[in-house]
Structures are given as C-alpha cells and as structure tokens.
Design a protein around this ligand. Structure first.
Ligand SMILES: [Zn+2]
Length: 176
C-alpha cells in the first residue's frame, strides 16, 4: 500500500517526481541521498556497492508505460531463460515466493535505510527468506512468470515502500 501522500502526488505529478522526492544522487560526491518524503530534506547519505542485477538488454525504463502498468515501477532487463540474477546490493532476503499474477516468482531483499529491491518474473528461485546475500550471489534465474510478455527481469527499488528510479542507484549505463 502506498502512503496517502504518495498516492496524491502520483496522480498529480507523476512517478518520476515522487522518485526524486525520496531519493537522489549527490551530483558531486555521487552518494545516494535518502530524503524525508514529507519535507524533502536529506536524512541520510549512503554509498553502497551497487551492481546490475542481470545481464541483458533494457527493454523498459522506470516511468514508461507498458501493457500492464501506466507507469513502469522498475527497469526491465531481458536476457535468456534462466540467465543468473544477482542482488544489486548486499542485503537480506525478506520474501522468496510466487504470486500467479503481477510479479510471478519473485524475491524481495532488504538493504536497510528503508531500501528494498524486488526481482520479478523469475523462472527459478535459489534463496530463502532470512538468507543474507551479496552482489555475487546467484539468487534466481530469469523467466516470464506472472504478468510478463517474455523472458526478462523486472528489477524494482522501493524506498519507504514506494518505487523509485533504479537508475539513481545503477547510474546511466547498461548491463554488461
Ligand atoms: Zn517491469
């Protein structure tokens, strides 16, 4: 559930604006700034190790519209069936399971500082709830479970439970 303030903002100004209110990258130090959503003040600056969670081609960016979402809440990386998926940052698995709609087989990892990442539409899941994982762990394999039109990884970053632009963390490049 999105907080009421987020819903109001989403309907009036769009998801990219919300994302900027929650998290941004310091243009000078390149640290990631976590903000208080109500005041916009920076409450924490962090510099975690961040890596691309999969190899492949980016097929949909954050905020673009698709068949399933008027604004895309993550970034889609399309590789081949069962291509390895790794955490974008070190963390702890808080969900590993399947819904038959939406994300399909998916994993949620908590990174502290109110940051969580989601890895969706997986074909395989190799981790369990409570497991600590690092950026070199293989946590799953790419698939097309749930609402997907082809094999890809839907990678989403939530701050305070609200999807933000993963490129704040990943930068402007492309997966290898
Ligand atoms: Zn997606």
């Amino acid at each position: 559930m999105l907080p009421v303030i987020a819903v109001i903002l989403l309907t009036q100004v769009g998801i990219n604006v919300i994302s900027n209110k929650l998290v941004s990258q310091n243009p000078i130090t390149h640290t990631i700034q976590i903000k208080d959503p109500t005041t916009g003040k920076v409450i924490k600056e962090i510099s975690p190790l961040v890596v691309w969670p999969a190899k492949g081609v980016i097929t949909l960016e954050f905020g673009e519209s698709s068949l399933y979402q008027p604004f895309h809440t993550g970034i889609d990386i399309a590789g081949k069936l069962d291509d390895p998926v790794n955490p974008a940052m070190n963390g702890t698995v808080i969900y590993a399971g399947e819904t038959f709609w939406g994300f399909g087989k998916h994993i949620i990892i908590d990174h502290g500082n109110n940051i969580q990442t989601i890895y969706a539409h997986l074909d395989k899941i190799y981790v369990y709830k409570g497991q600590k994982v690092t950026t070199d762990s293989v946590i799953g394999g790419q698939g097309e479970t749930g609402w997907a039109t082809g094999v890809h990884l839907h990678f989403q970053v939530n701050v305070y439970g609200i999807p933000v632009n993963p490129r704040v963390f990943l930068g402007n490049g492309n997966p290898l």
